[in-house]
Design a protein. Structure first.
Length: 326
């Protein structure tokens, strides 16, 4: 009898010790335009730290404003650059509006930006690098918010919010500010002259979560030496979110080189394909996503909208993997 009690006690202790360890994962949920698909305008991801801190990455046009029921609590909004498909000059009016290759993003978010309005409504911090913080501070002030909620994380430094460390890394991409974001005569004059505003360089990020997982968010970028020297060797990123769209960013072959030879993570989530990448949740033959998957040496996961994935400290997908694997 005593032996049974002892064994039961040991089993309870083992379960109690195992439970926190099992919970130490980072959850990643894509917020795209079509449930269960990876579509042309999909950029947005929500990362949830084991401690509950939630980070919204590049909400763009597929998050239905601050009232989107998929958002829940948001503590941090990250914007890599101010182009409309990342900051959000407009957003879709409903999940499944339009077509996967051409979503209906007909609800205007000008002149403020979808990301700004979401951060204001959620009382979240907007973290950006380069010279973007002053732009977001001015937008928050104009909307009656707190300009101090626009937080700088410039190249070579980092900030920690809610237990998540955010470092800014190089992204080789343009970052002009559409004059439609600038109210009044100044914006009209700039638009007429074909001149865009200067808010500094585009950025990428490396997030360090409380379970130790380091995640590289490429933003829109070409190939950079920092993907080896900083992202891999300094920050030791084990999960990457990599743009594959070509033309505006790295294409599938270039993105595969970044993953295989430079960053060398344990897993990668494809992003920014600029086309309908899936049909019925399965990768489309001949798509950029398929080319990327075939060229990459580590597990690739597709950001199927609404399909949560969970990653451990080593970047291994431990939940939701089958649904998002090609």
């Amino acid at each position: 009898m005593k032996l049974s009690i002892r064994l039961a006690t040991l089993a309870c202790m083992a379960a109690a010790l195992a439970a926190p360890a099992a919970a130490q994962v980072v959850k990643v949920t894509p917020l795209g335009g079509f449930d269960g698909e990876f579509c042309a305008q999909d950029r947005a991801l929500v990362f949830e730290d084991p401690n509950g801190t939630r980070v919204l990455y590049d909400p763009g046009r597929t998050v239905m404003g601050a009232e989107d029921p998929r958002l829940g609590k948001i503590d941090i909004v990250l914007v890599t650059h101010t182009h409309g498909d990342h900051l959000g000059n407009a957003h879709t009016k409903a999940i499944g509006a339009g077509q996967c290759n051409a979503p209906d993003a007909s609800v205007s978010d000008l002149p403020d930006g979808n990301a700004t309005r979401i951060a204001l409504a959620k009382k979240a911090k907007i973290v950006t690098g380069s010279d973007m913080p002053s732009f977001f501070a001015a937008k928050l002030r104009a909307l009656g918010g707190n300009p101090a909620d626009s937080v700088l994380a410039r190249f070579g430094g980092s900030v920690t919010i809610g237990g998540v460390r955010i470092a800014t890394v190089t992204a080789m991409h343009s970052n002009g500010l559409d004059p439609d974001y600038i109210p009044g005569d100044l914006g009209k004059a700039m638009k007429s002259a074909g001149i865009w505003g200067d808010v500094g360089l585009a950025t990428g990020y490396v997030l360090k979560f409380s379970n130790g997982l380091a995640v590289y968010l490429s933003g829109d970028t070409g190939i950079t030496a920092d993907q080896d020297a900083v992202v891999r060797r300094l920050y030791n990123a084990k999960l990457a979110v990599m743009n594959i769209g070509d033309g505006f960013t790295t294409g599938p072959a270039e993105a595969a080189y970044v993953i295989n030879e430079l960053v060398q993570p344990a897993s990668v989530i494809a992003s920014h394909a600029n086309e309908a990448s899936t049909s019925g949740g399965k990768v489309r033959p001949g798509s950029k996503a398929e080319a990327f998957i075939k060229a990459v040496k580590v597990p690739v996961y597709l950001p199927l909208s609404g399909r949560m994935m969970a990653f451990d400290a080593g970047g291994k997908c431990v939940d939701g993997c089958a649904a998002n694997a090609p």
